[in-house]
Design a protein around this ligand. Sequence first.
Ligand code: FCB
Length: 445
Amino acid sequence: MPQATFHFPRGFLWGTATSSHQVEGNNTNNNWWVWEQEGHTVHTSGLACDWWGGRWREDFDRAAESGQNAHRFSVEWSRIQPEPDRWDEDALDHYRQMVRGLKERGLTPLVTLHHFTDPLWLSDPRQGTSGWESEEVVGRFEKFVRKVVEALREYVTLWCTINEPNIYALSGYMTPAFPPGKNDLKLAMRVMANMVRAHAAAYRAIHEIQPEARVGYALHYRPMVAARPWFPLDLLMRSIQYRGINLAFPTALAEGVMRSPVGSVRIPEAKGTQDYLGLNYYTMDTVKFDAGNAAELFGRRFFPEGADLSDTGFIANIPEGLFDSLKWAVRTYPNLPILITENGVECADDHIRPRYLAQHVHQVWRAVNFNWPVKGYFHWSLVDNFEWERGWTQRFGLWELDVESQVRRKRPSADLYARICTENRLSSEMVEQYCPEVMETLFPA
Ligand code: FCB
């Protein structure tokens, strides 16, 4: 049996990622809460993981005890600014306790300022509105960001302005999955442009308050291949889908121009506004021309036959896609540090997660070995949490959550990840113990 170890650089960040609405519970004052009550989701978020009730403490203990040295979480705009002209200092204090709690446990906080949810005064599904359709949101978001950064600056230097702006815009304005549930590509692009502007304004505001800050955003990056690489229409569909989903934000930050299949928008102030790239990678798609699928611009995205699928078929375990994503990132932004801000798989009985984890960490190691500036990895997620329109049907946690009783139970993957984090490496011995089925792939004889 071959024995080998993949080592990581000293200081590499190992953590998990979460978001406010998915873990806090009782976020009654945001657009998602109303969206859930209106019946657009499989379940409602309810108490979620009860972090607002204080269970963040025990979950941060779990993270620290298992050797993690960082945690990514988000602050909830609707709690901090419940009305346009009112700040809730108690809510800010709650977040101050949380970041202090992370520091005390030896975890570096990475704080996301917007993760899908908006306060109801900004976006109200009952009125079918999202404040992101109007450019006024830029000043509003900046004001909120300033307030948060002033409050948390003592403990936080690593900031993520907006999580997956592409998914916010496309899921809210192309598919009816997210509020406001519209179908309007032009509007989606306008929302995305306002997110670019808001990001740029936040980037400058944060640096003004805290010159040493490191500011980025989290991009949902989806590599794609044409189903039949010799067939021009498949290649065309792949290119349209790939550019539409992935490239609007990155081109805006690289060139000051947001490019999309429906046109370009000049946003010069966005150029260069990132100190690192946050990359969320889960899976990759195969794309085919489909004359019958006008809704998706005549393209169809699917997973290859025989793929290693997650419980609900949401994710195919394709680790090479993470390497491709990192390769794209270093080519697009040479020398820019990269953080993998999310990566994970939904699997209630944990039969896929250990191999998914080991195989993806292996791809990160390959990238590090090319001297690509990958600085950290955040697994989604610490504990099962509320998965948006999919409710509680998808279980992404290293710890299992019984939503009713709030009891947590450790999955084997948590032990594997603890070994990786504590030892700052992935070894053949770990793979042999937790996912022997991929021994041959990771450590060929
Ligand atoms: C990402 C989201 C995150 C979580 C994971 C599974 O798109 O950023 O909130 O839902 O997917």
